[in-house]
Write a protein that binds this ligand. Sequence first.
Ligand SMILES: [Zn+2]
Length: 449
Amino acid sequence: MIDILICDAYLYIDHEQEIPDGWIAIEKGRVHSVGSTDQPPPTAARVISARGRLVTPGLVNAHHHMYQNLTRSYAPATRMPLFAWLQALYPLWAGLDADCVYVSSYVAMVELLLGGCTTSMDHLFIHPRPRLVDEQFRAAREIGFRLYATRGSMTRAQEDGGLPPIALVQDEDTVMADCERLVATYHDPAPGAMGRVALGPVSLFSSSERIMRESLAMAERLGLRLHTHLAEDMAEDDCCLNLYGCTPTEQFERMGWASPRTWVAHYIYPSTSEIDRIARAGVGVVQCPSSNMMIGGGSADALDMRERGIHVGLGCNGSATTDHASMWMETRNAMLLGRAGHGPQAMGAREALDMATRGGAACLGWEDEIGHLRPGACADLVIWHASDVALAGALTDPVEGWLRCGPAVAGTTIVAGKVLVENGEPVMAALGDVLREHARQARRIQQRD
Ligand SMILES: [Zn+2]
């Protein structure tokens, strides 16, 4: 018996297939079958009508820092460039503890679900107390969210030419031991995994060469993926020139990181030849449109990178530079950036949606199972909702209408075959208590009690 049948939908399966009047059947957490209404669907325990709605794969958030929702729109830092913004927030983030990470991750995942995201990576690079990533997996398990945690680290303090204060820096042995423990405990390489772990020294300007090399060695030994921020800000160029005598991309290549097991966030300031080398090496790139525009430091040329063969995903990167976590909004902003840079013929909703699904999945090395709705895929999908007012007059193309009108939010979000958002509302009974604790922790972190 099929668990859930969604019928009367406009189905976006992937970049190659759409079914205008279709159904999709879910069984045991997987897409069982898809079809159009002239092919009778299988009988199901539960039938959900998606009449007039677009159904897409769940969006994949390929770069995020969930804990930062504790310091959203922090007034003293809202007009600062990246490095100053980081230095203004480090002292607040030094207050992170297990309770903070649990509630901020919980809230972030619910917010992501409401914005149509079903799989997210998270890059937690501040570890003032031990066992913080464990709390993220606790929240993900309770919600039923698919989490690709990235154990970040900062190992180069201001005294060594880095950016963070010494109090927030860890030594390499501590970081690597925790990485090994987390991988042994939470990394599930099996198909349909709900949790995986990648290794993520934060950036070339706040990470030591030793942690870069040892992370690579561990990733090769254990079959893990690697992630970092790269070429995010012009100040990073100066920093790398001082520290290493070369550009960020050159140092990244010297460290042996330019390989298909790596995906990087931002990549705003490479040269054309560097982009071509990164493309040939198979490195994935995450564009973070809202964050990039908010911080005012430029944004990756996603269209150009796609044409050069790079897998480009999208990320929320925050919340504290973007202050929101809607992958719908990132997808829309990616489309707007592409059109602003290259003209209206260059990009539409489908290219942006492809980045938010297949592109992000490829960044995570997971494109076989997520980011599409072909039979056998993980049953991670969204029935989108926009108000009748917002969609009035949008008759000709449900995918373009979805991204050009709006705002669109998830009416129903399903992860691994389980309904986690229903009628636009999260189903988690604990959410109210979590939000109250989140408010308490945010006040404490921001030292407002
Ligand atoms: Zn980031």
